[in-house]
Design a protein around this ligand. Structure first.
Ligand code: B12
Length: 212
């Protein structure tokens, strides 16, 4: 039980009105946006995942919780803006082919945007060809790929292969992440970097570009 228990319960139930009100109440009470996110919203989504695994809830409830979390994130977004917002580099981000999960990706994009990176978000279910086409068009410094399903992780590897074939692999840094993704997997598929959460994605991105 923590101070964000009422918020977490509202997200688990998919009660948007209560969750938004609890987020606002926590902010008004002086809680930090990062704590609300980690201990309230993300903790709730972990519990939702557990309940789904145990067969206690089904996809529509997961979706409702996701929608609830997204509404709460709208209140937190402006607070992740860092003071110095001179452009740190261009980032292309997307969830790989076959995968529709976007909350984590959006969070990574939001935090990187707040830290001064220019973000182009391609959305979800992005095939390798689309990543390649956008790299050629936008010439980003970093390409970020997200996957939440063990079945879609291989799309990351296929995207890197497609980048190699198109001759653009060496022109960008590749960072990957998502719940089932690991540092080891990143090494295996020759990505340049892996981060386990949105906060470390920002510091890893700065390291990659030597912009610390
Ligand atoms: C919400 C949710 C959904 C929603 C997604 C809505 C949306 N708009 O995203 C819906 C209902 C659509 C859904 C559908 C499905 N889901 Co789902 N879902 C979840 C759930 C409960 C939460 C995910 C989430 O948003 N977490 C909160 C965010 C903030 O965390 P995150 O995504 O992990 O992101 C953080 C890090 O991973 C990292 N990160 C993420 N991306 C990136 C990218 C980069 C570059 C970096 C550096 C870091 C990074 O930073 C983020 C912030 O800190 C998870 C359970 C879980 N605990 O993950 C299951 C889960 C991922 N789903 C699962 C499954 C099985 C499915 C379905 C196949 C169910 C079905 N039978 O239809 C479908 C697949 C649909 C598809 N083709 O994609 C399984 C996956 C099992 C596996 N390992 O393969 C999980 C783990 C549930 C479970 N325990 O079984 N799901």
């Amino acid at each position: 039980m923590n101070e964000f228990e009422a918020l977490a319960q509202a997200v688990i139930k998919g009660d948007i009105k209560t969750a938004v009100a609890e987020t606002q109440r926590a902010l008004d009470g002086g809680s930090e946006a990062k704590s609300i996110l980690d201990k309230g919203l993300i903790a709730a989504m972990d519990e939702v995942g557990d309940r789904y695994s145990k067969g206690l809830i089904f996809v529509p409830q997961m979706l409702r919780s996701a929608k609830t979390m997204q509404e709460c994130m709208k209140l937190l977004q402006p607070l992740f803006q860092e003071g110095d917002v001179t452009s740190k580099g261009k980032v292309l981000i997307g969830t790989v082919k076959g995968d529709l999960h976007d909350i984590g990706k959006n969070l990574v994009g939001m935090m990187m945007g707040g830290a001064g990176f220019d973000i182009t978000d391609l959305g979800v279910d992005i095939p390798p060809e689309k990543f390649v086409q956008k790299i050629q068009e936008l010439e980003p410094d970093i390409v970020c790929m997200s996957a939440l399903l063990s079945t879609t992780m291989p799309s990351m590897s296929r995207t890197i292969e497609a980048m190699q074939k198109a001759g653009v692999r060496d022109k960008v840094k590749v960072m990957i992440g998502g719940a089932p993704v690991t540092e080891k997997y990143a090494r295996e598929i020759k990505a340049d970097s892996y981060a386990s959460d949105a906060g470390s994605a920002v510091s890893k991105a700065k390291e990659l570009l030597g912009a610390l």
